[in-house]
Design a protein around this ligand. Structure first.
Ligand SMILES: [Zn+2]
Length: 83
């Protein structure tokens, strides 16, 4: 039986086990859920890619306004921290 109701609850449970240096065992249903969410997280753009997407001036170098807005977007929705 599932012990979590929301993704935030599942994330907290997994992180708490990790901090306690305990292993995590997932049911097949939860493993599929976690795997699909990790795959989605890996395809999110980086902060710099978000800045380039939202820049209306097509700045050759990223402007401060676009980087600031990209930071807010990434803080709210997450981003790919790789690269
Ligand atoms: Zn810009």
């Amino acid at each position: 039986m599932r012990k979590w109701k929301t993704i935030e609850e599942l994330a907290s449970m997994i992180a708490a086990r990790g901090h306690a240096r305990k292993t995590v065992t997932l049911t097949s249903e939860t493993a599929i859920f976690v795997g699909s969410h990790l795959r989605t997280a890996a395809t999110k753009p980086t902060r710099n890619e978000v800045a380039k997407i939202i820049c209306r001036n097509s700045c050759s170098e990223m402007c401060v306004l676009c980087v600031g807005l990209a930071n807010k977007i990434c803080n709210a929705y997450g981003n790919n921290i790789e690269g």
